[in-house]
Design a protein around this ligand. Structure first.
Ligand code: F3S
Length: 699
């Protein structure tokens, strides 16, 4: 425990603190006095206050200190801009940024990468210079997909990582508790604030038996997705255990964890641990699965797939098969797929469908180039795309079918919601193992079952494909390939952050102003929202995502999706304080939904109730989320009332007075409630949580 171990080979001086972790765990164990699951051990060993923390699964909010932060390039922009506004010289927690989401697949790896570098130059320049300035490891475009790089370079057993992408759990393949978060959470941890997480429930998946033949680790998660459905894992950690785990490679476990909405922690030492739900799967009996179309939880075993295709009238011709992505691009995946492609080539046949290969990282690409799998794919008719998200995130300039034309594609990716890959709502997208994707492309038909059906060789003779084979790790070790990593320089004082003043995609943020210490009198109501107001209504996504690094530009979308109680129309930009209905701010944790009202001069959001994450995000940005003591008061408010808010009342557990002055009618007063604690009141006074952190750092 006393030996110092570096967290990664890419950094110096960031040690894994197993000593602190085991001390924290000992404290929690003595308090809880019950067996803990593996995931609980990791979480509780990272508690900010192991003595005082309330711990009840599914209820308490844990304050945690993660070991690392990782951001992909789309979400990193606003996270870093916010971090910069705190004025700190360096991130407080080891962090990395990964350029993978902005590269469109068109013709193949090298050309697509060069085009993306030109189109996104200002974003990449900003990210690389700000990473250098603030001590963040930067993985350039072409380096690979965030989750693959984390697994290869940064994951370690017992560690706690947060990442601004939903498939962060991929690092669970090496026993790390890795959780996908919103940008605001990443900023907190970069700035040394504890990270808050509702104590997750733990779902146990007990694996017995052994994988063999055509069944792959992917089939375990396809089966689990079918059992739990897309909602079943919400707020839970999925923990895989039992003797079946022994037959899985680390990258295979990564695949399983990637697709589990939370984490997959692997362990066989938790006898007697208490799970909120337990699923058992016998791997010896598990069939390969194909899930979809349109949702990843519609699971069909291969033996029943042909019937399902015919019964549902899914297009039988397979247009495109796509392997790789963050979910399935390990050396093992590539080798197994290449063995199937080689088998076909040996019989004189190639892929009938279009076939694309997305290596998860430059290291994987270089290694399969050296070892020959890449050449096999090309001989087979495959196109090797850039080491990036590509078609998985919809960065795909697909040419083989017209928009609206019904067609089928199959991938080894994780998501297949309508339009995700090619923006064509008529595309029937299925997900399965890379093995099955490869086999299907040879038949070019979804009714094919490689376990039982034969294909025709070049002479018209029947043959059956052999089950895939492939090593888990390359016998000659990994080839790192091109150097795609930029380490932050030791002396960062002279580094400048590159943001063009004319940019419409990026804008430097100034810190928000501190509170002026006064009550606010005669303020207008910007909008009285009626019914459901989600973070997507407050800050719409879609075309606005382009501006996620430019607060001024993206603020033009504020509340355009909310329904204005005054005229039952979407907001047309009346000036401001917001009145909200029940559960205001539900939906994704999008930080722009809290940044925008603050940026546009908002003081308070007054509602019947809040979605908790949004309420906290508003506090962090220096706003006042307040609720009516009497929810019926909402009905008495006219959108054109003027408001006097007694901000100076703000104190822990004390209501705040508010006066509403209708245009025609008598003013009336009422009480508002809030959930501010002492520290959060400081955030409000200082103008934002980041300002408070900056003050502390300077002090
Ligand atoms: Fe990228 Fe798709 Fe994974 S978008 S991070 S490859 S899920």
């Amino acid at each position: 425990l006393s030996r110092k171990v570096e967290m990664t080979n890419w950094e110096k001086g960031n040690y894994i603190n197993y000593k602190k972790m085991s001390e924290n765990l000992a404290i929690v164990r003595s308090r809880l006095n019950r067996p803990l699951t593996y995931a609980e051990k990791i979480l509780y060993s990272h508690l900010d206050d192991p003595h005082g923390q309330d711990i009840e699964r599914g209820n308490s909010y844990l304050k945690l200190r993660p070991d690392r932060v990782a951001c992909q390039d789309a979400t990193a922009q606003m996270a870093i801009l916010q971090f910069m506004s705190a004025g700190m010289p360096s991130v407080a927690t080891p962090s990395t940024v990964h350029c993978d989401h902005l590269i469109e697949a068109q013709v193949g790896g090298a050309k697509d990468l060069a085009r993306a570098e030109a189109i996104n130059k200002e974003v990449y320049d900003f990210l690389s210079s700000s990473c250098a300035k603030y001590n963040i490891g930067f993985w350039r475009p072409g380096s690979g997909i965030i989750h693959q790089i984390l697994l290869e370079n940064y994951a370690f057993p017992g560690g706690l990582l947060i990442g601004t992408d939903s498939h962060t759990p991929n690092a669970g393949g090496l026993g790390m508790c890795a959780i996908g978060v919103g940008g605001a959470d990443a900023v907190d941890v970069m700035a040394n604030l504890p990270w808050e997480l509702k104590a997750p429930k733990i779902i146990g998946v007990k694996l017995t038996g052994q994988l063999s033949g055509w069944t792959a680790p992917k089939d375990i998660i396809l089966k689990v997705a079918g059992i739990l459905t897309v909602k079943g894992g919400t707020g839970a950690i999925v923990e895989y255990h039992g003797p079946g785990v022994d037959s899985l490679s680390s990258t295979g476990m990564g695949t399983i964890c990637n697709m589990g909405a939370e984490i997959g922690a692997t362990t066989s030492e938790d006898q007697g641990a208490e799970y909120d739900q337990l699923i058992e799967i016998n791997l010896s009996e598990l069939e390969p699965h194909v899930n979809g179309p349109f949702t990843p939880d519609l699971a069909t075993p291969i033996s029943k797939f042909k019937v399902a295709v015919e019964k549902n009238e899914w297009p039988t011709e397979l247009k495109v098969g796509l392997i790789g992505s963050c979910t399935n691009s390990s050396y093992e995946d590539m080798s197994r797929s290449a063995s199937i492609a080689r088998d076909a080539l040996d019989h004189g046949v190639k892929a009938k469908s279009l076939f694309t290969v997305t290596p998860g990282s430059e290291q994987i690409r270089a290694t399969i180039e050296r070892d020959g799998q890449l050449q096999t794919f090309e001989e087979f008719g495959g196109v090797v795309l850039a080491n990036a998200c590509g078609p998985c995130i919809g960065q795909w300039d697909r040419k083989d079918v017209k928009k609206g034309e019904a067609n089928s594609i199959i991938s080894s990716y994780n998501r297949n919601f309508t339009g995700r890959n090619d923006a064509n709502p008529a595309t029937h997208a299925f997900v399965t193992s890379p093995d099955l994707v490869t086999a299907f492309t040879i038949a070019g038909d979804l009714r094919f079952n490689p376990l039982t059906d034969t294909l025709k060789d070049k002479d018209g003779k029947d043959f059956r494909l052999s089950p895939p084979t492939g090593a888990g790790l390359p016998a000659k070790g990994y080839d790192p390939g091109r150097d795609t990593y930029q380490a932050p320089p030791t002396d960062r004082s002279t580094v400048g952050v590159m943001v063009s003043p004319n940019s419409d995609r990026l804008q430097i943020l100034s810190p928000f102003q501190p509170w002026d210490g006064k009550d606010a009198n005669d303020i207008p109501i910007l909008i009285k929202c009626k019914g459901k107001t989600t973070t997507d209504h407050i800050s719409m996504a879609g075309p606005w995502l382009k501006y996620r690094g430019h607060l001024d530009n993206i603020s033009n979308n504020m509340l355009i999706g909310a329904v204005n109680a005054e005229n039952n129309e979407a907001n047309k930009g009346i000036k401001w304080v917001v009145i909200g209905d029940w559960n205001y701010g539900e939906g994704s944790s999008r930080e722009h939904a809290a940044l925008e009202p603050r940026h546009l001069g908002g003081l308070a959001i007054i509602t019947r109730s809040f979605a908790r994450i949004h309420e906290t995000n508003l506090k962090k940005q220096g706003m006042l989320p307040l609720t009516f003591e009497n929810p019926e008061d909402y009905d008495k408010i006219n959108p054109d009332d003027k408001v006097d808010l007694h901000v100076t009342d703000l104190a822990v557990g004390k209501p705040m007075r508010i006066k509403f002055a209708p245009k025609n009618g008598k003013p009336w007063e009422t009480n508002l409630l809030h959930t501010f604690n002492e520290g959060q009141i400081e955030w409000f006074k200082d103008g934002s949580a980041l300002n408070s952190m900056a003050k502390k750092t300077k002090a």
